[in-house]
Design a binder for this molecule. Structure first.
Ligand code: HEM
Length: 271
């Protein structure tokens, strides 16, 4: 005898609730994509170390949200920057909290980034077929450091000013590109209005835009390739495996090196 469907499931699949979901699915396929994301298979020995990537992502989201709130009140000009920061900290309701979260959160983001990178390295997760994701990660790391550097000048206090003098002078010592890099960052002979505008634009627009684009690509590859098992597992990255790593219709299937070229699995039965 067929088992009666649970009452809750019936309630959740009520036609009135499902209509908008079906409407969206028919027109976009987004619901199918979300289901694939939520119910995809992950190695059974996935552990707490695998949460470091999501923790880094959470720190980035906190930085984005608090940064947007700060941008409502911050004034990027040498005459007003410092006083606008004082206003946010001392007068604005909960301004001290938002600023504190953004300032401390920047360090938390960088620390988590390094911990995540360390876990990826120690688990050998940079090996085939995830080399490209490692390279994207390196770009993410560079952009994250630049985000920290450009944000440091914005409070326009003594620490900000002199830390930026040191940072720009360090850049100037790089071979060949050094002088161009420091001129570009300074925007003139002295650190002043131009420098602050440049750092503000880089910190608010260019670098976060790049970070968001790279994070989307990074997560796409994580979902497409799956995560690696820990090195003590039989399934660890780089070990010989019998089963195919990914076999999705319409995609080129990645295979371990030395096992012939990548096969096109577009609906063709195995020879
Ligand atoms: C904004 C920075 C970053 C974010 C938000 C991020 C996010 C994530 C997430 C959510 C995962 C899947 C879960 C996990 O393995 O922890 C992941 C995996 C991965 N990340 Fe990152 N990541 C970042 C930076 C980096 C960096 C700096 C590297 C290395 C240079 C890197 C290399 C990788 C690799 C190779 C994987 C695949 C790991 C596996 O298959 O086990 N990521 N990342």
């Amino acid at each position: 005898m067929a088992r009666a469907e649970p009452k809750r499931k019936k309630q959740a699949e009520h036609p009135l609730l499902m209509a908008p979901v079906d409407w969206l699915e028919e027109r976009s396929g987004l619901i199918g994509g979300l289901k694939y994301f939520l119910f995809r298979k992950v190695p059974r020995d996935t552990n707490w170390f695998h949460t470091l990537g999501s923790a880094t992502l959470t720190a980035f989201i906190v930085q984005t949200v608090t940064g947007v709130v700060l941008a409502f009140y911050y004034k990027p000009s040498p005459n007003e920057a410092y006083s606008s920061i004082q206003y946010i900290t001392n007068d604005l309701t909960l301004g001290w909290l938002v600023r504190g979260m953004h300032r401390w959160g920047a360090s938390v983001f960088i620390i988590l980034l390094f911990l995540h990178m360390g876990r990826v390295f120690l688990f050998g997760a940079y090996k085939y077929p995830r080399e490209l994701n490692w390279l994207l990660g390196v770009l993410l790391l560079v952009l994250a450091m630049l985000e920290g550097f450009t944000g440091y000048l914005l409070p326009w206090d003594q620490t900000a000013y002199w830390a930026t003098v040191v940072g720009i002078n360090l850049n100037a010592t790089a071979p060949f590109a050094g002088p161009f890099l420091s001129d570009f960052l300074r925007g003139g002979q002295e650190i002043g209005t131009e420098t602050l505008s440049r750092f503000y634009s880089l910190h608010m627009l260019l670098i976060p835009g790049g970070l968001i684009g790279l994070i989307v690509l990074h997560l796409y590859l994580v979902i497409r390739l799956g995560v690696t098992s820990p090195p003590w597992s039989k399934e660890a990255a780089g070990t010989e495996r019998e089963e195919v790593i990914t076999a999705k219709r319409g995609l080129v299937e990645p295979r371990p090196r030395g096992d012939g070229a990548a096969a096109d699995v577009r609906g063709r039965p195995e020879a």
